[in-house]
Design a protein around this ligand. Structure first.
Ligand code: CTP
Length: 220
C-alpha cells in the first residue's frame, strides 16, 4: 500500500482543555489531558504535514519538528490564535475540550471566603469550531469531536451540521476505556452519509484511524 502522505499540507489542530479564570488563583476547567489532540498532531506530522497546534494547558509535549505549538489558556485566546492560522490550513481539527462558559467578570483579586453561598455569573464562550465553520473556504476539510452520554449519534449529527463540519468523531462515555483519562479510546466517525465504527484501541492508533479516513476522503 502506498503511504498516505500529507506532504505540503498545513493542519490546524486545537487540543487540550481551556481554563477560564474566576480570580487570579482559580479557574473553571475540565479533565481533558490533550492526549488525543497531541496524538493526532504527531501522526499528521509523521505523514508529512505541517501542524499548527493551538493547545490549552496540558503536560503533553509535541515531539515532531513539524509541529508548531501555540500555547493558550482561555477559549478566547484559543479562538484568536486559531482564527489567524485557519486560512492557511487545508485541514482543521477541533480536538480541544473548550469550556462552554466563562465567568462574566473575573475578579482581579483573590475572592475571600464570606457567607455560606457564592454565586459566579457565567457567560457563553465563543464556539471556535462553529465560528471557523462559518469562515470555511471551499476545499477546507474540518473535523470535530463529540463526547456524548445519550442519543449519541443524533447529537453528533446535529453538531456536524451546526458547526459546518465534514466529519465528527464520537466518543461515548458509555464505552468502558473511552474518553478522558484513558490511554485508549473507542470511536465512531459520523459523516453526512457514512458511519464508521472502530474497536477500542490505544489513542495513537485511534489517531491513525482518523487520519487515514481523512486522507481517504480528501485524496483517496
Ligand atoms: N468546540 C469548540 N468551541 C466550543 C465548544 C466546542 O471549538 N466553545 C468544538 C470541540 O472542540 C469539538 C466540538 O466543538 O470538536 C464539539 O464539542 P462539544 O463540547 O461536544 O459540543 P458543544 O457544542 O459544546 O455541545 P454540548 O457541550 O452542549 O454537548
Amino acid at each position: 500500500m502506498t503511504k498516505k502522505s500529507f506532504k505540503g499540507i498545513t493542519v490546524l489542530l486545537t487540543a487540550g482543555p481551556t481554563y477560564e479564570p474566576i480570580d487570579p488563583v482559580r479557574f473553571i476547567g475540565n479533565h481533558s489531558t490533550g492526549k488525543m489532540g497531541y496524538a493526532l498532531a504527531e501522526c499528521f506530522a509523521q505523514q508529512g504535514a505541517r501542524v499548527q497546534l493551538v493547545s490549552g494547558p496540558t503536560n503533553q509535549i509535541a515531539q515532531h519538528p513539524h509541529i508548531t505549538v501555540t500555547p493558550v489558556t482561555t477559549a478566547d485566546q484559543m479562538y484568536a490564535a486559531a482564527k489567524v492560522l485557519a486560512p492557511q490550513a487545508a485541514i482543521l481539527v477541533f480536538a480541544a475540550a473548550v469550556a462552554d462558559y466563562k465567568p462574566k467578570t473575573p475578579s482581579d483579586k483573590k475572592i475571600k471566603k464570606s457567607g455560606n453561598e457564592l454565586t459566579i455569573e457565567l457567560v457563553k464562550n465563543v464556539d471556535i469550531a462553529a465560528e471557523l465553520g462559518k469562515q470555511k473556504r471551499p476545499g477546507q476539510f474540518s473535523v470535530g469531536f463529540a463526547l456524548e452520554t445519550d442519543n449519541e449519534s443524533a447529537h453528533a449529527r446535529e453538531k456536524l451540521h451546526k458547526k459546518n463540519l465534514d466529519m465528527i468523531v464520537l466518543n461515548s462515555l458509555n464505552d468502558p476505556g473511552a474518553g478522558f483519562r484513558h490511554d485508549t479510546n473507542k470511536i465512531t466517525v459520523i459523516e453526512e452519509d457514512a458511519i464508521t465504527a472502530f474497536a477500542l484501541k490505544p489513542k495513537s492508533e485511534v489517531a491513525q484511524d482518523i487520519i487515514s479516513l481523512i486522507w481517504e476522503r480528501l485524496y483517496g
